[in-house]
Ligand binder design. Structure first.
Ligand SMILES: [Mg+2]
Length: 321
C-alpha cells in the first residue's frame, strides 16, 4: 500500500525518508572530525551504525521535520502558531537538540507566542528541518522560500539562519520539480537561483554558497577534501548548508550523496539529513536503499508514520491541483 507509482508521493517520501536516512547515518558520527571517521571505520562510513542511539534512530533533525510534515499533511499550510504547538508536543529533549532550543520549548509550552521566543542563533537548526516546506511547495519557489523563513523565525532570527533555511528549502523544491519532470539539474543555474533566494536575507550566505561552483568532480575523498577546504561543516548554517548542497550536486545517486555528506564529519547528522532530503526528492523514494529503510526506527513516530504522512501530504497537494 505504498503507492510508489504515484509521482508526488515518490518525491515527498523520497525527501522525507531520505532526510531520515541521512540523519540516522550521521547520528553515529555526530560531531566527529572527518579523519576520526576514516580511522574508526577503516575508511568511509558506509552503513548505519549505533552512536548515541541504536543504529537507524533519528535525532532532532527528523523529530522537528516530522512536525512540519504533520502540519502540511493536515492543513496544506504551515501556520507558525500551529507548527510551534507541534514542536512542543513532539519535543524529546534527549534527541540531541542545540542548547538554545530548551529555553524556546519551555517558553512555548508555557504559552508564549511563536513570534516572541526565537533567538539570534545563526545555527543550522532551521535548515535541518525545512525539507517538507520545500517539497510541498515545489511548484512555487517563492512560497517555499517564504515558508522556510517564517518557520525558521520561530527559533532562529539571525539572517544566516534564515538564509540557510531558504537555501535548503529552495534546493529541495527544485530537486522535487526536476525529479517529477525527469529533468537534469545544472550546477551553475541551481546555485545562482538559490543564491538569489538567500540574498533576500543575507548577502554573505549567498556569496559563500556560490563557492560550491568551484568544486571539481573527482573521487569521493578528493571531493570531500575540497568541500572541507571551503566550509567548516559545523553547526553554523552558513558552514553546513552549502556542503549538503555540494554533496548532492557532486554525486550521481542517493547513496553516494548521503555518504559523501556524513563522511565530511562535523555536524554529520544534520548535513546528512539535508543532503538526503535534496537527493531523495530528486531520485525518488524507489532510489532509497531498501536495507537502510528497513533499519530505520519504526515506533509511534518512526518510518511508517512518516511514510503515511507523506502519502497524506501528496494526496492533499494533488487534490489542491
Ligand atoms: Mg541532530
Amino acid at each position: 500500500m505504498l503507492h510508489t507509482s504515484d509521482p508526488l508521493f515518490s518525491r515527498f517520501a523520497g525527501s522525507a525518508l531520505g532526510a531520515f536516512i541521512g540523519d540516522a547515518l550521521g547520528m553515529a558520527v555526530e560531531g566527529q572530525p572527518h579523519e576520526l571517521i576514516l580511522e574508526t571505520y577503516g575508511g568511509m562510513l558506509d552503513d548505519m551504525w549505533p552512536g548515541r542511539f541504536p543504529a537507524g534512530h533519528y535525532t532532532d533533525d527528523t523529530e522537528m521535520a516530522i512536525s512540519l510534515l504533520e502540519v502540511l499533511a493536515a492543513t496544506g499550510d504551515l501556520d507558525p502558531a500551529l507548527l510551534a504547538r507541534h514542536f512542543t508536543v513532539n519535543f524529546h529533549p534527549e534527541r540531541g537538540y542545540g542548547g538554545r532550543i530548551y529555553g524556546i520549548m519551555s517558553q512555548l509550552a508555557a504559552g508564549e507566542a511563536w513570534d516572541r521566543v526565537g533567538t539570534d542563533s545563526f545555527g543550522n537548526g532551521a535548515a535541518m528541518r525545512v525539507a517538507p516546506a520545500g517539497f510541498y511547495f515545489y511548484d512555487d519557489l517563492d512560497r517555499a522560500a517564504q515558508e522556510a523563513a517564517r518557520q525558521a523565525s520561530i527559533t532562529h532570527r539571525h539572517p544566516e539562519a534564515l538564509a540557510g533555511a531558504v537555501i535548503q528549502a529552495g534546493a529541495v523544491a527544485m530537486a522535487t520539480r526536476a525529479g517529477l519532470d525527469d529533468a537534469p539539474l545544472f550546477v551553475e543555474s541551481f546555485l545562482r537561483t538559490l543564491a538569489g533566494l538567500a540574498r533576500d536575507h543575507d548577502e554573505l550566505s549567498a556569496t559563500r554558497l556560490l563557492a560550491v561552483a568551484n568544486i571539481q568532480p573527482g573521487e569521493t575523498l578528493d571531493v570531500i577534501a575540497q568541500i572541507r577546504g571551503l566550509f567548516q561543516c559545523d553547526v553554523k548554517a552558513i558552514e553546513a548548508v552549502p556542503p549538503a548542497i555540494a554533496a548532492f550536486l557532486m554525486t550521481t545517486n542517493f547513496r553516494e550523496a548521503v555518504l559523501m555528506a556524513v563522511n565530511l564529519g562535523g555536524d554529520a547528522d544534520t548535513i546528512g539529513a539535508m543532503a538526503g532530503a535534496i537527493a531523495g526528492a530528486y531520485y525518488g523514494f524507489e532510489a532509497l536503499p531498501a536495507a537502510w529503510l528497513d533499519r530505520l526506527e519504526n515506533g509511534d513516530l518512526g518510518r511508517d508514520y512518516v511514510i503515511n504522512l507523506c502519502r497524506q501530504a501528496a494526496q492533499r497537494k494533488a487534490a489542491a491541483g
